[in-house]
Design a protein around this ligand. Structure first.
Ligand SMILES: Nc1ncnc2c1ncn2[C@@H]1O[C@H](COP(=O)(O)OP(=O)(O)OP(=O)(O)O)[C@@H](O)[C@H]1O
Ligand SMILES: [Mg+2]
Length: 357
């Protein structure tokens, strides 16, 4: 699962338009997507046809109420697409949580308790670096930053990199930035120069896809549907499909590194006289399996048994040597969140490592 925050403190640069239409485009290539509206303006909810009268639970409840989880607050929008809506009540999150310990991790903590049967979670943020955006970044492994062809975009990227550095240095959490030229008209000289400048300055972070300006995107939002439903043959629909493929192609399971911090670090697997004892703390999982080099990376995996305390365990006889493994949690392959010892696999993700003496 990847968690991607749509961020840019500059307003009106295409965060919500991108969140909504990228979400829809990802579902068309088979990905299961959750969109979290994390902006009191509630624009992502509106753009998918939901007004405040249409929902009772919202992102606000994920922050404020520990027993309301994603599966309680989400709304089904279409095949493979869920939305946690938001409205103006979100403005109360910051004052209500002022001074509360761990207030910057409320969203991440809620995700940890929730059932998240998704390939991608997109979090649409407000145009400010406040508590809501900080929560989104700490819950994300990637930040997608829409930039329009204006001189302010340079400053916006620089500010964002500063924010990410603070998140890294003060919270020990790494978020990988990706820059998207959105609502971007390449016909002007300025826009072409800016694209080149950003590409040179932020090597590797600038996405190839460009979302061109078009009235169709405004029309789709006004109609309360994605561009893929509103006008599937339009250039904007193609742009967002290209973006979905480009993002999906970067199949680095980056958000998994965030999982390391989500659960208290206990320890990796332990050798016992009966075999290697694997334990993983996943109280809300429905099915947990173990796979690895010792079983030929079997797709089936070896089933773990759920304990009363919500942890899952199994004991496996493994011969001496170093072995790589992953858990299959409700169908999603993840490294062991309790084991800091891992290696990069051929897909750029992490495999956990256990060494048997
Ligand atoms: N590619 C595009 N072509 C034309 N209009 C666009 C495009 N992308 C976004 N817009 C329009 O620009 C306006 C701002 O876009 P959007 O709401 O996505 O920005 P935002 O960054 O989410 O804004 P905010 O910072 O207020 O949350 C909207 O009216 C939207 O329809
Ligand atoms: Mg917005």
């Amino acid at each position: 699962m990847r968690v991607i925050a749509l961020v840019n403190q500059k307003g009106g640069c295409g965060k919500t338009t991108t969140a909504v239409n990228l979400a829809a485009a990802l579902t068309r290539i088979g990905q299961r997507v959750l969109l979290v509206d994390n902006d009191p303006q509630g624009h992502a909810s509106l753009a998918l046809g939901l007004t405040e009268r249409d929902f009772t639970l919202s992102t606000f409840d994920l922050y404020l109420t520990t027993d309301i989880l994603v599966e309680d607050a989400r709304v089904e929008i279409g095949p493979r697409l869920h939305l946690v809506p938001a409205g103006v009540e979100l403005t109360a999150v910051e004052p209500k949580l002022a001074g509360v310990d761990g207030h910057e991790k409320r969203l991440r903590d809620n995700f940890l308790r929730s059932e998240l049967p998704y390939d991608v979670i997109l979090i649409d943020c407000p145009p400010a670096v406040g508590l809501l955006t900080l929560n989104a970044l700490l819950a994300s492994g990637e930040a997608l930053v829409p930039l329009d062809a204006s001189a302010f975009s340079r400053q916006a990227v620089a500010k964002l990199y500063e924010t990410l550095a603070v998140v890294r240095d003060r919270r020990g959490h790494e978020v990988v930035p990706r820059l998207l030229l959105a609502n971007y008209d390449l016909r002007s000289r300025f826009a072409r120069d800016l694209r080149q400048e950003l590409g040179a300055a932020y090597d590797g972070a600038l996405l190839e896809t460009i979302v061109h300006p078009t009235i169709r995107l405004r029309e789709a939002a006004a109609a309360g549907r994605s561009i893929l439903d509103h006008d599937p043959g339009s250039r904007a629909a193609r742009d967002y499909q290209d973006l979905a493929r480009e993002i999906a192609g970067q199949a680095v399971d980056l958000s998994v590194s965030a999982l390391d911090h989500w659960t208290a670090l206990l320890h990796g697997p332990e050798a016992t006289p009966e075999g290697v004892h694997f334990v993983v703390d996943l109280p809300r999982a429905r099915d947990v399996r173990l796979t690895g080099s010792f079983c030929g990376w079997s797709r089936e995996g070896l089933p773990l048994r759920r304990r009363q305390d919500g942890r899952w365990e199994c004991v496996v006889e493994i011969g001496p040597g170093a072995h790589e493994y992953r858990y299959i949690v409700d169908g999603t392959w993840l490294p062991d969140p309790h084991n800091a010892n891992n290696v990069t696999n051929e897909f750029g993700g992490a495999n956990s490592l256990v060494t048997v003496a």
